[in-house]
Design a protein around this ligand. Structure first.
Ligand code: SF4
Length: 223
């Protein structure tokens, strides 16, 4: 159960394994690389939720990357059929599935990661090549759609600078809301030696972002 993963709702979180990216600061790396054993199948999840009707009001789907699972729209539909609200966390790499989910109104809220400026996107997500075009398309879908959403960036001192936030701001200009999430270290993070930015840096970054997205803030901090 979580009060944090689906803000404003008492929810449970469903972690779906596999991911397109290999972010060095990932908290769920055993899910991202698919080595975590499965704890529950879809029918088991639905039975679990049926018993919790009236106790939970939402279900947050996260990962890994939930959109790697082609059955996700059907699963969202079945969960909504039980009367739950649904939230989708995504890395933005599957705009075709995201488009279907938005069109069919299968998610009440979408949170999409913005890993870094376009120039540093692939480096930050540990993939080769330029910023994947799918990220541009997923941003466009959320900006132009009518499903409630947020963009968010996990901010790591070693990866992000003020000029990156100028580029991110220009990229998602006019978005509904944006959160900076300071990196926190954990024993599941695959890459050592990473740090959260200082409070001064976060203040500067949020000031930059508010020029483009007025509803920008640092999650969990009053800056
Ligand atoms: S996109 Fe998310 S789940 Fe995938 S590697 Fe990056 S932080 Fe981990």
């Amino acid at each position: 159960m979580t009060l944090l993963d689906f803000p404003g709702h008492v929810a449970c979180t469903v972690f779906l394994g596999g991911c397109d990216f290999r972010c060095p600061y990932c908290h769920n790396y055993e899910l991202a690389d698919g080595t975590a054993p499965s704890l529950m199948d879809e029918d088991g999840l639905l039975r679990f939720l049926e018993k919790r009707r009236g106790l939970l009001d939402g279900v947050a789907f996260t990962g890994g990357e939930p959109c790697l699972h082609r059955s996700l729209p059907d699963l969202l539909s079945r969960v909504r059929g039980l009367g739950f609200l649904t939230k989708l966390d995504t890395n933005g790499m599957h705009p075709e599935l995201l488009s279907r989910i938005l069109q069919d109104r299968l998610a009440d809220y979408v949170a999409m990661d913005i890993k870094n400026s376009p120039e540093k996107y692939a480096q930050t997500a540990a993939v080769s090549g330029p910023c994947p075009p799918q990220i541009h398309e997923s941003i466009r879908l959320l900006l132009s759609g009518d499903t409630d959403y947020e963009f968010r960036t996990t901010v790591v001192e070693e990866f992000h600078t003020a000029s990156d936030f100028e580029a991110i701001g220009a990229w998602i200009r006019g978005a509904r809301r944006y959160f900076l999430q300071p990196f926190t270290d954990r024993d599941t993070v695959p890459f050592g030696g990473l740090h959260a930015p200082s409070a001064e840096s976060l203040q500067e970054y949020v000031r930059i972002m508010r020029q483009y997205v007025p509803e920008s803030s640092v999650r969990g901090m009053d800056l």
